[in-house]
Design a protein around this ligand. Structure first.
Ligand SMILES: NC(=O)c1ccc[n+]([C@@H]2O[C@H](COP(=O)([O-])OP(=O)(O)OC[C@H]3O[C@@H](n4cnc5c(N)ncnc54)[C@H](OP(=O)(O)O)[C@@H]3O)[C@@H](O)[C@H]2O)c1
Length: 261
């Protein structure tokens, strides 16, 4: 068993985060499970403990609240739980053209997808550096690579996650702490089914199951890869977004939006 024993996963109650929890448990890691829904976290904790004999700690937390990262860190210090691997997975999507978007929802999105991810990284990285090893996994998206009309704030937040992750991966060189930005494509979770019917326009070969994503992401993280993309189709989409002129990618994505939403 690796010394990287204890993993904190945000957004562990559903979807990709829940699947990350099972992937880590399968590899024998103890878990700190974070999300708002305490009941779901408790049920997951019981299930993973029974199936994989790992220790699970449940910390219900609303990460869209200011100072939540600092409070969570202090609580873990009090409870003498050291985090070796941090998985910043919790995120939310908002679909509406900007002129119709609800301001509170936009602000919650920025707080959760950006500020809390930065704050979690900032508070947990210090002890990892002091120990001389650690892993940070930030969940971006293929949306990190291109503008996403109608959910522009979401796409921009994921562009931030990718840029932030790549930047700090250089800052942390030589410390023993690596950073991996996992950039999922379209993955079958509640986030997708809640995306205003967009799902019906997505061919099934483009959709991934959370467990295949998290199993491959686990290997990439352990190797210390900085950017991880699953599925050939997603890699091709990123090639399109990064090699064609920006105006063209923007217009094509805008046409897709007009057609689907
Ligand atoms: N599904 C996709 O197609 C896709 C594609 C690319 C990237 N991603 C990214 O992957 C990550 C996980 O997405 P998913 O599809 O698994 O979404 P999901 O099924 O909607 O799950 C989101 C998770 O985040 C938690 N969460 C939401 N708001 C929170 C808050 N304020 N504080 C703490 N936890 C909160 C939710 O738990 P509670 O409700 O219990 O708090 C849940 O566990 C996100 O960062 C998303 O942007 C998803």
């Amino acid at each position: 068993m690796t010394k990287l024993n204890t993993v904190l996963i945000t957004g562990a109650s559903e979807g990709i985060g829940r699947s990350f929890a099972e992937t880590f448990a399968k590899h024998g890691h103890d878990l700190v499970l974070v999300a708002r829904n305490q009941q779901k976290l408790n049920e997951l904790s019981i299930y993973l403990n029974a199936k994989y004999a790992v220790t699970c700690h449940v910390y219900p937390t609303d990460l869209s609240l200011k100072h939540s990262a600092q409070k969570l860190y202090e609580q873990l210090m009090t409870d003498k739980i050291e985090v070796d691997i941090l998985v910043n997975n919790a995120g939310m999507m908002q679909i509406d053209p900007i002129q119709q978007a609800d301001v509170d929802t936009l602000n919650n999105l920025i707080q959760l997808n950006i500020q809390s991810l930065v704050n979690m990284t900032r508070v947990f990285v210090g002890p990892m550096i002091a120990k001389g090893e650690g892993r940070i996994v930030n969940v971006g998206s293929i949306a990190s690579f291109m503008p996403t009309p109608s959910f522009s704030a979401y796409g921009a937040s994921k562009a931030f996650v990718l840029s932030f992750s790549e930047g700090i991966s250089e800052d942390l060189k030589g410390t023993g702490v690596t950073v991996t930005c996992v950039c999922p494509g379209i993955t079958e979770t509640k986030m997708l089914s809640g995306a205003h019917g967009v799902e019906q326009y997505i061919p099934s070969f483009l959709k991934a199951q959370p467990d295949s994503l998290t199993n491959d992401a686990y290997k990439a993280m352990m190797k210390g890869d900085v950017v991880f993309l699953d599925k050939l189709a997603n890699k091709m989409l990123v090639q399109y977004a990064t090699h064609y002129p920006r105006w063209m990618v923007r217009r094509i994505n805008g046409l897709f939006r007009r057609f689907t939403l």
